[in-house]
Write a protein that binds this ligand. Structure first.
Ligand SMILES: Cc1cc2nc3c(=O)[nH]c(=O)nc-3n(C[C@H](O)[C@H](O)[C@H](O)COP(=O)(O)O)c2cc1C
Length: 142
């Protein structure tokens, strides 16, 4: 959860600046402790071709607690490959599996089969699994 409320034009401007400047906005995480899980899948929107700022903050704050990490990006059309590269950079290791879904795929339900396959793959991936590069799982992302 972000600590600053974003609404209207000024909120959107902050999204944009956070992304462009790779800022780490303050967040308050209220979910379960990621240390208790052998695999964690992060789901984040893409803003201005980059990882959304609050997810950047979460990874910086809790990266050491994330064991096997899967990353799912949701976007209009492009930018997921940049988010994967940034997570790799921030954590010093690549996510074991990545996928990208467009808002259109989410809205029309066509994401479901690929999401299910992603979930099964994360579950069956070994600790030493090779990183699967975004092309493997993304639909349109270049
Ligand atoms: C400020 C802003 C910047 C965005 N930039 C991109 C972008 O660069 N590439 C893209 O494919 N989608 C972009 N989008 C679309 C979002 O990634 C997409 O709508 C996503 O589903 C948003 O998820 P949310 O509604 O959970 O925030 C942007 C959306 C916003 C609000």
């Amino acid at each position: 959860m972000e600590l600053e409320i974003r609404s209207g034009a000024s909120g959107t401007l902050r999204y944009v600046l956070d992304s462009v400047l790779r800022r780490r906005p303050p967040i308050r995480y209220v979910g379960p402790d990621p240390k208790n899980f052998s695999s964690v899948v992060l789901i984040s929107p893409i803003w201005v071709y980059r990882l959304a700022g609050p997810m950047r903050s979460f990874i910086v704050n809790r990266g050491a607690d994330l064991a096997r990490l899967g990353l799912i990006s949701v976007m209009g059309s492009r930018g997921a490959a940049n988010a994967v590269a940034e997570v790799d950079h921030l954590m010093g290791r690549a996510p074991i599996l990545t996928a990208a879904f467009t808002t259109r795929e989410v809205d029309d339900g066509s994401y479901a089969a690929r999401l299910e396959a992603f979930g099964k793959a994360v579950r069956s991936a070994g600790v030493d699994a090779e990183a699967v590069r975004p092309k493997t799982w993304s639909s349109q992302e270049g």
